[in-house]
Structures are given as C-alpha cells and as structure tokens.
Design a protein around this ligand. Structure first.
Ligand SMILES: [Fe+2]
Ligand SMILES: [Fe+2]
Length: 235
C-alpha cells in the first residue's frame, strides 16, 4: 500500500517532467504519459482539468480513506479517451474508450492485478452519463472529484468554454432546453446547467464529495439566476 496523500507532492503540482520510470515511479510515469497525450485536447477537458480532478481526488481520498496510488493514477488517466468522444460528437463513450486505452499503459507498471483492475474500473465508471456505476471506494472518489469540477464557478466557466468549442451561442431562449441538440449551436452553457449540472449534487457518491457539492451547487444556482436576469434585461 502506498503512503498517504501529500497535498504538496510533485504529482499534485507539477506538469510533465518526462524522466519518470514506469516501475520505479508508476504515478509520475503515468502523469508524463497523459500530459503528452492531453497536450492538444480541447480546453474544457485539457490537462488543467485533469490536474484539478487530481487535487480534488487527493482531498476527498484523504477524508474517505481511499488508496492514494489507485486514485492518483485513475485521476491522471480518466479522460484519456475524451478526444475520441469529441471527434465522434459523443457517439463513442470516452469512459469506456479511456479504459481500453489505459490497459496497455498499466501493463508496464509494478502494481498488483487488483490495483490495475480497480484503476480500470475507476476510469470506466467516472462518467455522469455513463452506463456503469462506480462500485469501489476509489471509483466513487474519482466520480465525485470529476463532477465537482463540473459545478461551482469552475463548472460554469467550463460549461461556457465547452459551448464555445462546439460553436454554441451564449443562450438559446427561443427553444425549450428539452428540444435542443448537443454538439452544435444549441449546446449552450445554460443547456448543460439545466440538463446535467443541476442534477450532479444528488448523484455524489461520498460524504466529503456531497459536502463540497452543496457549496458549489448554491453558487451555481445564484449565477444562473443572475445570468437570466441580465440576459432578459431585468437588471
Ligand atoms: Fe470524463
Ligand atoms: Fe474529467
């Protein structure tokens, strides 16, 4: 079993270094591999999102008593399949694809088979819209960390960043949200808020994740109330 989380650790704060060896330092080696692959990712799911998820995983994982090595490696790898989902406009599930891509990377690491299986399970089950649910503690920690980065101030910012990436407008008030389509001009930040972000709080998997989600949810609701007021000229 690895040592406890260290919030000042290099893995938490530093980007790609390129010198790690897979068997000597599995966490750093995976970090380097993923940093290179996410270099060209869209801004809403780029390397900085992965690092925020890592930091939240370390925070929640410490409170919940999760295995730090499993959680760190899973956090680095969790969105490795995202570019495939984006390229297919959502037809391929990036969580399933990510687990497929992660398998060969994990094969070189000096980890017990149960740890490898758990990491793959974490990746496969981290998606809000995914079919499979997180069953291990580490998978629940990753799920919560990833969802926390989708709500609150950062979540609002990412929702509009994603909307820009797919060519959406700021808002699409002439059409009911339920009738709008994803990955196009109607895929606004407000659409994401109504269809997904408002429901995240009730889907959190850990006590610490729920606590953090309550705070972020409150801020997000206030933001969108104000957004609509300003959009319609009420203030
Ligand atoms: Fe993801
Ligand atoms: Fe993510």
């Amino acid at each position: 079993m690895s040592s406890a989380f260290d919030p000042t650790s290099e893995a938490n704060t530093v980007g790609p270094a390129g010198a790690a060896e897979p068997r000597a330092d599995p966490v750093a080696w995976i970090r380097d591999q993923v940093a290179r692959r996410l270099d060209a990712a869209r801004g809403s799911h780029a390397w900085d999102h992965t690092l925020r998820v890592l930091r939240l995983c370390e925070r929640i994982g410490t409170v919940e008593g999760a295995d730090p090595t499993v959680v760190r490696i899973a956090a680095y790898l969790h969105d490795i399949g995202r570019s495939v989902q984006d390229a297919t406009n959502g037809k391929v599930c990036h969580a399933v694809k990510g687990a497929e891509l992660a398998g060969p990377l994990l094969a070189d690491l000096a980890l017990p088979p149960a740890c490898r299986d758990n990491i793959l399970h974490c990746i496969r089950t981290h998606r809000f819209r995914g079919r499979q649910r997180p069953a291990s503690l580490e998978a629940r920690v990753l799920f919560d960390a990833d969802k926390l980065d989708a709500i609150g101030a950062v979540g609002v910012a990412r929702a509009f960043l994603f909307a820009g990436e797919v060519g959406a407008r700021l808002h699409c008030p002439e059409k009911a949200v339920a009738d709008t389509r994803p990955y196009g001009p109607e895929d606004t930040g407000y659409r994401e808020y109504k269809l997904k972000l408002t429901r995240i709080r009730e889907r959190m998997q850990t006590r610490e994740g729920r606590r953090l989600a309550e705070e972020r949810h409150r801020f997000m609701v206030l933001f969108f109330e104000r957004f609509l007021d300003e959009y319609d000229g009420r203030c």
